[in-house]
Design a protein around this ligand. Structure first.
Ligand code: SF4
Ligand code: SF4
Length: 385
């Protein structure tokens, strides 16, 4: 392994273990030299972002601090993560730091879209209190998958008003299902500045996504990637981790992607991401590795929604598969719990079927996975952190 990386890992671990006692973040940042990760411009917003950003969905403060000290400046969260505790953690972390030294984005979500439209402004105010800031740089309507959601005028009206007031610099949507159509609709709509989209080496529809990104970039819309690790692990038992360096490099090979949200929860993962960000050229071995992995069934749900029409009991199979990936792939039971608890499920999902009629395009045995993930409802949310 590269000696500098080993040294940096040692430094990061040290800075985390003694942070706030010996090394203030500013001192640590100076020591690290804010080496300057490569930057790209986020469309017409003009924001120059390091190619690596942090998707903060759980409360790993030492890793967050290490990322900041390593030159990451863009941190993204959502109102529902850890029941709002993640927004609170970010608010505490950035309190007292110059506001122009970091880029903050959050996403507003509620499963019931009608209630979301009515309560969007209120939810934003709650997020602002937690984040302890006067403005967020990017505000997203979260988990958008349909044309009518992109064009939801009541939500757009609130976002545009907040933008006019300067409480939000730019607006966008986040999407991990039907992403290409969502982005084309955003462009037709004309009001959006940024799209946050799932993008990774394992997607079957990457050609459609590339075409949507190309059109977006030409129109000046910024594109931010997420779900780069395609599930994180190859197996439910966590014995085979996906090579994060190769996965991140694959995304960064596309110059249309300004930056990638990485959900690092350990120093090793952060190190992998920093290394890939500083040199995003895929090696021959990494290309071979990704091709071999792509021949297998991963934990990543394509979000294609083919299964929804095949299930006679109308189970939200893609959402359940995404929750499964959060739990068994990304090791984030809180996010899995939050996702499952937001769904309307019968007491015994799949209990009425002698044989499952769903043929998943990713090769999942969905009934078996649903049985595994639905059990998460039996555990109280507060035990999931
Ligand atoms: S077993 Fe298959 S078809 Fe039946 S409810 Fe479950 S997912 Fe739907
Ligand atoms: S068919 Fe499979 S990959 Fe496609 S959305 Fe359904 S579960 Fe996901």
């Amino acid at each position: 392994m590269n000696k500098n990386i080993v040294n940096r890992r040692h430094f990061l671990k040290m800075s985390a273990s003694v942070a706030g006692i010996v090394l203030a973040p500013e001192i640590a940042a100076a020591a690290e030299g804010k080496k300057g990760l490569p930057r790209r411009t986020l469309g017409k917003t003009g924001i120059q972002l390091p190619v690596l950003s942090m998707g903060v969905s759980s409360n790993h403060l030492p890793v967050l601090r290490a990322a900041y000290n390593s030159g990451v400046i863009h941190f993204d969260t959502a109102n529902g993560y850890q029941n709002g505790k993640t927004e609170e953690m970010l608010g505490d972390f950035f309190a007292g730091k110059p506001r122009d030294s970091f880029i903050l984005s959050t996403k507003i979500y509620e499963k019931d879209r009608q209630r979301l439209a009515q309560g969007f402004a209120e939810k934003f105010e709650t997020s602002m209190k937690r984040l302890k800031t006067d403005y967020v740089d990017i505000l997203y309507y979260h988990d958008v998958r349909a044309v009518d959601e992109v064009n939801c005028q009541p939500i757009l009206d609130v976002m545009l008003k907040l933008k006019k007031e300067g409480r939000v610099k730019y607006i966008g949507v986040s999407t991990h299902s039907n992403e290409a159509e969502v982005i084309h609709t955003m462009l037709d709509n004309g009001n959006y500045d940024v799209a946050l989209a799932a993008y990774n080496f394992n997607q079957h529809h990457s050609a459609q996504l590339d075409a949507a990104f190309e059109r977006a970039v030409k129109a000046g819309m910024g594109i931010i990637g997420m779900k780069a690790m395609a599930g994180g692990f190859l197996d439910k038992e966590h014995t085979q981790k996906i090579n994060g360096k190769a996965a991140l490099k694959w995304v960064l090979q596309n110059p249309q992607i300004t930056t990638v949200l990485a959900g690092c929860t350990s120093f090793d993962e952060l190190d992998e991401c920093l290394e890939a960000s500083n040199n995003s050229q895929l090696t021959g071995k990494e290309k071979e590795y990704l091709a071999a992995v792509n021949r297998r069934t991963l934990l990543y749900c394509q979000g294609c929604r083919v299964c929804t029409a095949q299930c006679p009991h109308h189970l939200p199979v893609p959402d359940l598969m995404r929750a499964y990936m959060y739990h068994y792939g990304y090791k984030n039971p809180a996010m899995a719990h939050e996702t499952v608890m937001g769904l309307s499920l019968p007491d015994h999902p799949c209990g009425q079927c002698a044989k499952c009629t769903v043929t998943c395009t990713a090769g999942f045995q969905v009934a078996k996975k649903i049985k595994d993930i639905a059990r998460i409802r039996e555990t109280p949310g507060e035990l999931m952190a």
